[in-house]
Ligand binder design. Structure first.
Ligand code: FAD
Length: 434
């Protein structure tokens, strides 16, 4: 039912001003024409009637996004990777104008008002960007920084921060991790002390994606001295306030085109109205926000894995050693078959978690399982495929080496593998109590 409502909504939106503007600029055809074309690399059923959760509208959305990726993003990826940053405001404006920064966000704040399966479809399609950094930066904007604001924020706050983020007029970032607290979110030290009708913020955030370019940060801070799960709040903090300081842009193993910052807050004054929802509920809101972050990350990396496997098949088919293609060695084609099988298993888990999520279920356990498996499988795909490319795989000229570097983050960021295991154990009732 939810899917059908979403599909109808998208149908309407495809005829709306926003989509029309976008469609005409990239030459997108009518909805029925969208559906007839087949995406290039996916081995998943790509006909809507055969798909478990995607309708014709999902495929139309994916195809529209693919045009933007091919025309506006992929031609610049090499340059942005080399420069260690991409122009977030420019790229987000293109995506925002076309409706892709808020597919499941409320219509009154510029979103498309669709259910979360459309966000998963968008995340999958973003996996066609030929690096991990840019999709991650987009995901931070759409599925990591704004879900709590959309769900629990006041109308005034949504007008000020959500709407411009969905329209692509502002870049957002998420401030949870700190130098001394990543996996253990409850132990963050940043404080927001209420003084009159303002909070005064002191502390620092680490590894903040989009941090050097962001207009605002969704900041997790301690707003009281109470118990660690009840003393935190999420606050929207403009990054141009006095006392907000970008300490440095962090150099990294991978995700080069995504800027990662260390940010300090020194007596930063923010109006109390900038708090998302209720004071003291920030930890809970952030845990809920993580569900979408994790589903998004899995959807995104699925496509990347599939593309790397496909490109490895193409390369090993034409690369001859000992007078026959590399691919003709059983150890090679069997391994690729095994990896593709695992990708399909992960896809099944993602789509069943998504189907349950859009029906209103808590899918923390399934999302954590998918995130765990996604991180581990990405490491296997990267390592095995790179091996089959030989010396070429070790160069910077090919997708597989970038994937090998970029995808390593999946087992660390947004909750490390061990954190996922801990959550799964909690749901299984096997985690010893302290
Ligand atoms: C490129 C990049 C972008 C990021 N973007 C953001 C962002 O935008 N916003 C943000 O808030 N954060 C961001 N992060 C931070 C990221 O979420 C954290 O790095 C991650 O949560 C892990 O925290 P940590 O690095 O402090 O590792 P630690 O907490 O120090 O953990 C170190 C290791 O300990 C192990 N471990 C953890 N828990 C357990 C356990 N229970 N049992 C056994 N072993 C365990 C794991 O192997 C883990 O990798 C980003 C990080 C990177 C690298």
């Amino acid at each position: 039912m939810a899917l059908r409502e979403g599909a109808l909504r998208l149908n309407l939106l495809l005829n709306s001003r926003t989509f029309y503007k976008f469609n005409s600029s990239v030459g997108v055809r009518s909805l029925s024409e969208h559906v007839s074309s087949t995406p290039v690399t996916s081995s998943a059923p790509e006909i809507a009637s055969d798909h478990l959760i995607y309708t014709q509208e999902h495929f139309a959305l994916k195809e529209s996004l693919r045009k933007i990726i091919d025309q506006e993003i992929n031609p610049h990826v090499e340059q942005w990777e080399a420069e260690g940053i991409f122009p977030a405001h420019k790229v987000f404006k293109i995506l925002g104008s076309a409706g892709f920064l808020g597919v499941n966000k409320p219509v009154e704040y510029g979103g498309l008002g669709l259910d979360y399966s459309y966000s998963v479809a968008v995340a999958e399609e973003l996996g066609h960007i030929r690096c991990g950094g840019i999709p991650m930066a987009i995901g931070v904007q759409t599925d990591m920084t704004t879900p709590a604001l959309a769900r629990f924020g006041s109308a005034v706050l949504k007008q000020e921060f959500l709407l411009p983020s969905i329209m692509g007029d502002q870049v957002a970032c998420l401030g949870v991790s700190e130098v001394g607290a990543g996996s253990d979110v409850s132990s963050i030290m940043t404080k927001a002390v209420r003084k009159g009708d303002e909070y005064v913020i002191n502390g620092g955030k680490m590894w903040t994606t989009n941090g050097t370019q962001a207009d605002w940060i969704c900041l997790l801070a301690n707003t009281s001295d109470g118990p660690p799960h009840r003393n935190k709040s999420l606050i929207c903090v403009p990054m141009n306030l006095p006392g907000v300081q970008i300490a440095r842009k962090i150099e990294k193993l991978g995700m080069w085109s995504s800027d990662t910052a260390e940010v300090f807050f020194d007596d930063v004054h923010v109006p109390c109205k900038n708090i998302i929802g209720q004071e003291g509920m920030g930890f809970t809101y952030q845990m809920l926000q993580f569900q979408e972050e994790r589903l998004w990350a899995v959807a995104n990396i699925l496509t990347m894995m599939e593309n790397v496997i496909q490109e490895t098949i193409q390369y090993t088919k034409q690369r001859k050693i000992f007078k026959r293609p590399v691919l003709h060695n059983q150890s090679v084609h069997f391994r690729l078959a095994e990896l593709q099988t695992e990708v399909e298993l992960l896809r099944a888990l993602l789509h069943s978690a998504t189907a349950l999520y859009i029906k209103g279920n808590d899918v923390t356990k399934l999302a954590s399982m998918a995130k765990l498996k996604g991180g581990r499988l990405a490491r296997e795909v990267g390592d095995s495929c790179l091996q089959f490319w030989g010396g070429m795989g070790f160069t910077s000229d090919v997708l597989v080496s970038r994937f090998y570097r970029d995808s390593r983050l999946m087992s660390i960021g947004g909750g490390a593998d061990e954190v996922m295991l801990g959550i799964i154990c909690k749901y299984m009732g096997t985690l010893p109590k302290n």
